[in-house]
Write a protein of this length. Structure first.
Lengths: 386, 367
């Protein structure tokens, strides 16, 4: 069934079709529609799930951690300061190896209260142990939530599906909503090996002494390593079943490219236009869409960028005191290659400013006219300071 | 500046001024003028609202009800003799930022009037008055008042204010925030500030909903009331805010509605002058979300409801436990508690003085 949906409702549909049984959430713009729609679905019986209206995001994550521990497929969503408030519990969800799926609508952090697109909120959670998927359009929102559960439950890691405030959350696009039967035949029901079960009492989350903690954490890292393969397999299998394949990254015209433009989330769509246009003008340029940020797809990035001349990374985020985060991680990934491109790092579109085709083309021109990258990220589109 | 209260005004000296452009046509002034002086006009302002007009000038006693109740600061009593030609809020609200974001018929602007009038009457040094808000429609007050103000994170107004009160004990700290901000995400801080009698006045604008995010259920929403997250009615028991503050030991606890402008203003004045933790709950209409979803009409209808359904707290008959609010049921209003528990600062000082004697240096260390 095709419907015209806003990104947020695509996320609600993803959760509904995944037959989540427990949802806990606190409102925050621009996420709120997701859980409003789900609470409606729970109230009128379209979705057989409990909806808990908690008193904060910290409690939302604590509640889904508890329900997931009892073996129940759980969902939540947040954004910006709400996600920041969850921070302690995000570590818990991953450390406890709970396959929760959540949606984060990427919104700028305060102060400077701002409700618009910016990836700083979820990227600040990169070391919590969650798988992070950055999606480009509303179809991918729905598809990624469903895939999220299959990935999460195979590797016992939580998955965060991230997309840009307003550019996706509030924008309506045609979305193909798969049939429930079709999803049921692809996404198995959640049958965890370990769960809190009164019939079989166990103690959870106790003290771990130095003689075991490191091994426990090593297994968390190993799970992320395994997740790279699982994300690819699940994306491929999703493609076979639903006709829309996914992977850790997507490449466009990269094979013979000398220059590769690198983007994530909604900024990828204008970049597609720019790359097509420059290709038509005879330039050897390609596009790399970074879909999965954690686990970081180091091997694939090395394979794509090895032997290229130039990489241009556009970040809608900044690690203060360092620079664009995707750019930094890409540099880290290719550092040990003997042939590697120069990496140009640009910061654009913070706090909801547009990353337009013109702006991207200007960036490419600027790179073409320069000899080597600056040592730190360059900020694009700043107003003059007085 | 406010003129002397309680004195009969000479009608020859006074007139009613209306800034039609500020008006959002809520009808509060016309409805609640006790003398029938005002009427809605057929004119339109540039926003498309009908502003009021003075229909019966001779009937006016210049009681200032219209001025206090107007959430848009659009109507006031003026006098050349008494040198008053602006709305009472004009010198404490940043009029360059008007119109504010609040919807027509929203009560937050009315609470602002009661607050600024109370501030004037309390005679506090405005250079030593600090306003702290969390996030929400109510939270916007911090940005609109022309005083030192802090627009903090959602839920953290009270801990911010506690730090301010301890770090700068010569300042009067006032928190103005919403029911969601103060009792949901910030609920924990509320109990503790009341328990310790932290030195601050908290004005909680209770509209029974998260206004700013589109009307989801809050912990104060009456059972059976409808919100976008409770399409078939809220089922969990709401907080009774005065009861909580009372049982934690707060020094002053009151609740009034935006209909009771004069009581609300006086309660805020008493709160401002009470050492320790003082709490004033202001029940306020959110016509756009709470009113509309529950089919309760517009802001004016909600205000009329407050007028009809409010019952007075009587010390010999009631306790704050009786102040629970049921859906479309009575709203108990009054000044519930007025006691003199030591404030956080005083308790800290006297306990340390006791223990350390002469060695104790009172905070902040002079110089
Ligand atoms: C940590 C965090 N979570 C959620 C939000 C989103 N948020 C902003 S205002 C608000 C509700 C405000 O409700 P209330 O305090 O009752 O004020 P009102 O708008 O009703 O005046 C919410 C949930 C936020 N800003 N920060
Ligand atoms: S109370 Fe104010 S906003 Fe409402 S009708 Fe009267 S003048 Fe207009
Ligand atoms: S949404 Fe409700 S609380 Fe917010 S400004 Fe409008 S009427 Fe007031
Ligand atoms: Mg509220």
């Amino acid at each position: 069934m095709k419907k015209v949906l806003m990104g947020n409702h695509a996320a609600s549909w993803g959760a509904k079709l995944s037959r989540v049984r427990m949802i806990a959430a606190y409102p925050i713009t621009p996420q709120t529609h997701i859980v409003e729609e789900l609470s409606e679905m729970c109230s009128d019986g379209r979705l057989d799930a409990k909806f808990l209206k908690v008193e904060s995001e910290h409690s939302a994550m604590a509640s889904v951690i508890a329900s997931e521990t009892t073996g129940v497929r759980s969902f939540t969503a947040s954004s910006s300061n709400g996600l920041a408030l969850m921070h302690e519990m995000l570590h818990w969800a991953a450390g406890a190896r709970l396959p929760i799926v959540m949606v984060n609508v990427n919104r700028a952090l305060a102060p400077g209260w701002n409700i618009w697109a910016d990836q700083g909120d979820s990227l600040a959670q990169r070391d919590t142990g969650w798988i992070q998927i950055y999606v480009e359009d509303n179809q991918e929102v729905l598809d990624s939530v469903i895939q999220g559960y299959r990935i999460a439950e195979q590797v016992n890691l939580p998955v965060m599906v991230c997309y840009d405030a307003f550019f996706l959350s509030h924008t309506y696009e045609p979305v193909d909503i798969p049939d429930q039967e079709s999803v049921d035949s692809w996404l198995p029901s959640f049958e965890p090996d370990n769960f809190l079960d009164p019939e079989n009492p166990k103690a959870y989350y106790g003290l771990v002494m130095p003689d075991n903690y490191m091994e426990m954490r090593y297994r968390l890292q190993q799970a992320h390593e395994a997740a790279k393969r699982v994300v690819s397999e699940v994306g491929n299998s999703f493609g076979n079943h639903f006709g829309r394949p996914y992977d850790l990254v997507e490449t466009i015209h990269c094979d013979d490219a000398e220059t590769v433009l690198i983007t994530s989330s909604s900024a990828t769509s204008p970049a597609r236009l720019v790359v097509d246009k420059l290709r038509d003008a005879g330039r050897k340029i390609g596009l790399l869409k970074m879909r999965v940020f954690r686990p970081f797809p180091t091997e694939i990035v090395q394979e794509i960028l090895g032997n290229k001349k130039t990489a241009i990374v556009i970040d809608r985020n900044c690690s203060w005191g360092k620079g664009g985060i995707f750019a930094d991680e890409i540099k880290g990934a290719i550092n040990n290659l003997s042939n590697r491109p120069m990496v140009y790092s640009f910061i654009a579109g913070l706090g909801g400013r547009g990353i337009t085709p013109d702006l991207i083309e200007d960036i490419v021109k600027q790179v073409e006219n320069s000899e080597s990258p600056a040592t730190s990220s360059e900020w694009i589109g700043l107003k003059p300071f007085n | 500046m406010a003129e002397k209260k309680g004195k009969k005004k000479d009608p020859k000296e006074w007139r009613i001024d209306i800034d039609a452009e500020r008006c959002k046509g809520c009808g509060f002034c016309v409805e609640f003028c006790p003398k029938g002086t005002l009427a809605m006009s057929d004119d339109f302002n540039s926003k498309g609202y009908h502003p009021p007009m003075v229909a019966n000038p001779d009937s006016c006693t210049y009681c200032d009800m219209c001025e206090m109740v107007c959430p848009e600061f659009a109507i006031w009593q003026a006098s050349d003799v008494q040198k008053k030609d602006t709305h009472i809020a004009d010198d404490l609200v940043r009029m360059d930022r008007m119109p504010h974001i609040w919807c027509p018929g929203c009560g937050i602007g009315t609470v602002v009037n009661c607050f600024v009038e109370a501030l004037h009457e309390a005679g506090l040094d405005l250079d030593k008055t600090q306003i702290v808000s969390g996030i929400g429609c109510t939270g916007r007050v911090a940005g609109y008042v022309d005083l030192d103000s802090y627009h903090t994170t959602h839920g953290r107004a009270i801990p911010f204010a506690t730090g301010l009160a301890l770090g700068a004990p010569d300042q009067k700290v006032v928190v103005i925030s919403g029911d969601g901000d103060l009792t949901a995400i910030g609920g924990n801080h509320f109990f503790h500030a009341a328990r310790r009698n932290a030195d601050m006045t908290v004005i909680c604008v209770n509209n029974f909903t998260y206004g700013m995010t589109g009307g989801q259920v809050t912990p104060t929403a009456p059972q059976k009331s409808i919100a976008i997250t409770t399409p078939y009615g809220a089922f969990d028991r709401p907080f009774n805010i005065p009861f909580i503050a009372d049982s934690c030991g707060a020094n002053f606890v009151a609740r009034w509605t935006t209909y009771h402008v004069r009581h609300l203003q006086r309660a805020i004045k008493t709160a401002l002058l009470t050492p320790g933790f003082s709490l004033v709950e202001a029940i306020s209409p959110c016509p756009t979300l709470y009113g509309r979803r529950n089919k309760l009409g517009d802001g004016l209808d909600l205000m009329k409801f407050y007028k009809e359904k409010s019952v007075r707290f009587k010390k010999d008959q009631h306790t704050t436990a009786d102040a629970e609010i049921g859906f479309q049921d009575q709203i108990m209003v009054g000044n519930f508690v007025n006691r003199e528990n030591p404030s956080l600062l005083n308790a800290m000082d006297s306990s340390l003085k006791d223990k350390l004697g002469d060695k104790y240096v009172q905070w902040p260390i002079p110089g």
